[in-house]
Design a protein around this ligand. Structure first.
Ligand SMILES: Nc1ncnc2c1ncn2[C@@H]1O[C@H](COP(=O)(O)OP(=O)(O)OP(=O)(O)O)[C@@H](O)[C@H]1O
Length: 275
């Protein structure tokens, strides 16, 4: 069997607690079970991708980690202790996230947007500005620091949102569809940024439909379908898993090269494409 479910949905570090540990997470919305007994971990320096069809429960995992939805059962631990539920508590625990909708303050400048989380945790003005300028430089945004965020093209706005998530130097970074809406050059740059961040010891959990990007950056992939973990493993293991092909990736059309190409030309399959 190329992959298993929750048994191997964990990283292999035994000495220290995982940066993120999700155990038996169950979330319901009225009569709908959005997540059912979901378990996985993300270790320091590891990049784990959550993939699955639309409505599989990926964003609900993020919202549960951030205390935005009530969990019916299960436990979420960050660095070995129960995850805080407030924004400031999460920032204090080294947790940062981006949003699918970016959530930028469009009338504020790029620099002001990036300063927001540092203001929330009471970092001094000088230290904040230095940190913000540094992350803007890293992401190639220095020249845009004084520009209102709402006037920028989508790829730049997306980088601003990433800069805002990185400015606190997170130990756990949650990225919600970071490659969505980006072209090939921006995706390559994003992949390099993710590698640099995880190479510095940050645990990265990303939700993403862009399969090629996922297979490029992820150490492990957790596949959700209808709120269940149906597979977990390395990108190659997950690609070869028949259950994943059936639920999400579609029928393989080529097995040459380093991995399997899927029938999706966009690299962004959905539930309807796997029928
Ligand atoms: N606040 C909510 N109230 C009711 N149902 C919800 C709520 N949030 C999510 N759901 C439902 O829970 C299920 C999982 O949704 P979720 O957004 O987590 O899926 P997803 O995998 O992130 O999907 P997508 O890829 O489309 O973003 C869906 O059926 C969705 O309609």
């Amino acid at each position: 069997m190329p992959t298993t479910s929750s048994e191997t949905a964990s990283s292999k570090t035994a000495d220290s607690p995982p940066r993120l540990e999700v155990s038996g997470l169950t979330v319901t919305f009225g009569g709908l079970t959005a997540l059912d007994d979901v378990s996985f971990t993300v270790a320091d320096g590891e990049t784990v991708a959550l993939i699955g069809p639309n409505g599989a429960g990926k964003t609900t995992v993020f919202n549960a980690v951030c205390g935005l939805v009530r969990t019916r059962r299960g436990e979420i631990r960050v660095g070995g202790v129960p995850a805080p539920s407030s924004t400031t508590g999460l920032l204090g625990a080294g947790v940062s996230r981006t949003l699918q909708g970016l959530g930028l303050f469009e009338h504020l400048t790029v620099l002001e947007n990036v300063l927001v989380p540092l203001t929330s945790v009471g970092t001094s003005t000088g230290t904040s500005t230095d940190a913000a300028q540094e992350v803007l430089g890293t992401l190639g945004l220095s020249d845009l620091a004084a520009v209102p965020a709402g006037t920028l093209p989508y790829p730049e706005r997306k980088r601003v949102a990433l800069a805002r998530a990185l400015v606190t130097r997170p130990r756990l970074l949650l990225l919600d569809e970071p490659a969505g809406g980006l072209g090939a050059t921006d995706i390559d740059q994003l992949a390099q940024t993710v590698r640099t961040v995880s190479g510095g010891g940050c645990a990265v959990l990303l939700v993403e439909h862009h399969v090629d990007f996922v297979m490029d950056v992820a150490d492990r992939v957790v596949v959700l379908d209808f709120g269940h973990v149906i597979a977990c493993g390395t990108p190659d293991e997950v690609r070869r898993d028949p259950a994943v092909e059936e639920a999400y990736l579609g029928v393989p059309v080529s097995t040459s090269g380093s991995g399997i190409s899927t029938s999706s030309a966009t690299g962004a399959p959905g539930r309807e494409e796997s029928a």
